[in-house]
Design a binder for this molecule. Structure first.
Ligand SMILES: NC(=O)C1=CN([C@@H]2O[C@H](COP(=O)(O)OP(=O)(O)OC[C@H]3O[C@@H](n4cnc5c(N)ncnc54)[C@H](OP(=O)(O)O)[C@@H]3O)[C@@H](O)[C@H]2O)C=CC1
Ligand SMILES: CC(=O)N[C@@H](CCC(=O)OP(=O)(O)O)C(=O)O
Length: 351
């Protein structure tokens, strides 16, 4: 059995990790790390765990934890892991970080967009961006996995095949994304109160959202050049889910004709046909957040707009599963040589 510790176990992403890992056949949760609930029973923080988890929350001392477990998940705010990580810890234990501390390779880009000083940039280079479908082989050998977040996983996987195959001009890419409120975490914040969110929709972080450079970096690798994109997130009155609608201009083929729907579908099939967790929907079917809720699936599809010469790409996932905890467990499965779907072969719930 692989021994697991979770720092930030009492947050939404940490709670989802617990829910998933309790049914994973090859792991045992040894440490429910917290700051605010030390010595309180975990099932009193989350009553859905009543009679399922008997343990109490422990502190977030990563040095003690590194001696007690084989892998640590950090489901903590930005800057937390970077502030405490050392070579000694990484020599003892694998780390899967759900925050953005090690996702962006250029530390000055991280510091500019996150408005934080990075406290341990020496580990950025070796960290592997844990987008399993793209970086599977590198993840298997990693000590430190930077688990991508909800908006970025959805935005990148939705456009990736078309960018990689040069079928769209990535510099024309516009990503319009909506998130359920759990994406903002469990902490009390006025914009996330019921009356502010219910029956309401709003854009935020317009032109300044911190996920923009992460999407640009990853799709830039696929394009083989630096790119800029427009990314606009919206808060939607639902608990879970990300829906990304993405627009880009098609690139004419060598013979001067425009790529057809068949060309684009062939690109999606090329990259995702064998991927268990990316479902390319049938022609004409648009992804919906409800069809992936509670599961590790990303549903994607597209429609060519011949009138404008653009393609509209669509993707949907559950922000807490494929957008956070599910993908983190997928990465752990790769790190330890387990079946990649172990513990995350979850059937979407409906309604
Ligand atoms: N929510 C989502 O959909 C997604 C979240 N993420 C990322 O996962 C991470 C956690 O997010 P989420 O679960 O939503 O956040 P929450 O606010 O729900 O939870 C944060 C957790 O971190 C702990 N924590 C808070 N402040 C500190 C601190 N200064 N030092 C140590 N621990 C601290 C809290 O512990 P306690 O309350 O016990 O003190 C809590 O367990 C973030 O980096 C986020 O960006 C990534 C993808 C999706
Ligand atoms: C609705 C909402 O507030 N969402 C969060 C994204 C949360 C998240 O998942 O952030 P990472 O992907 O960086 O980990 C936000 O926009 O900041």
């Amino acid at each position: 059995m692989v021994k697991v510790g979770i720092i930030g176990a009492t947050g939404y992403a940490g709670g989802e990790l617990v829910r998933i890992l309790l049914r994973h056949r090859d792991v045992e949760i040894k440490w429910y790390g917290s700051r605010s609930y030390i010595d309180k029973k975990y099932a009193e923080v989350y009553q859905n765990m009543f009679e399922l988890v008997e343990d109490k929350c422990l502190d977030d001392n990563i040095e003690k934890l590194a001696d007690a477990v084989d892998v640590i998940f950090t489901a903590t705010p930005q800057g937390y892991l970077a502030g405490i990580l050392t070579e000694e810890i990484l020599n003892k234990v694998k780390i899967i970080d759900l925050s953005a501390d090690y996702r962006i390779k250029d530390v000055s880009v991280y510091e500019k967009w996150y408005k934080l000083e990075h406290k341990s940039p020496q580990f950025i280079e070796e960290a592997v961006y844990g987008l399993c479908e793209v970086n599977r082989d590198q993840v298997k050998k990693a000590r430190l996995v930077a688990n991508p977040g909800c908006y970025t996983t959805c935005s990148i996987l939705t456009a990736y095949p078309l960018v990689k195959e040069g079928l769209i001009d990535p510099n024309t890419l516009i990503i319009d994304a909506k998130s359920g409120t759990s994406g903002a975490g469990r902490g009390a914040k006025v914009p996330n109160l019921y009356c502010e969110v219910n029956e309401n929709m709003k854009a935020y972080g317009v032109t300044t959202h911190r996920h923009t450079p992460e999407i640009e970096e990853q799709l830039g690798y696929a394009a083989g050049k630096n790119i800029t994109v427009t990314f606009t997130p919206h808060l939607a009155p639902m608990n879970r889910g990300i829906l990304a609608t993405e627009y880009a201009s098609l690139v004419p083929k060598a013979d001067g004709t425009m790529p057809t729907a068949e060309d684009l579908r062939a690109a999606y099939e090329k990259y995702y046909k064998k991927e268990k967790f990316v479902r390319v929907l049938p022609d004409g079917v648009c992804p919906e957040t409800k069809w992936v809720e509670g599961s590790n699936y990303v549903d994607v599809n597209f429609k060519v707009d011949e009138r404008t010469g653009r393609v509209v790409m669509m993707g949907a996932l559950d922000n807490l599963v494929k957008g956070a905890a599910g993908q983190a467990v997928q990465n752990m499965n790769l790190l330890f040589g387990f079946d990649e779907a172990e513990g995350i072969d979850l059937v979407p719930m409906f309604p």
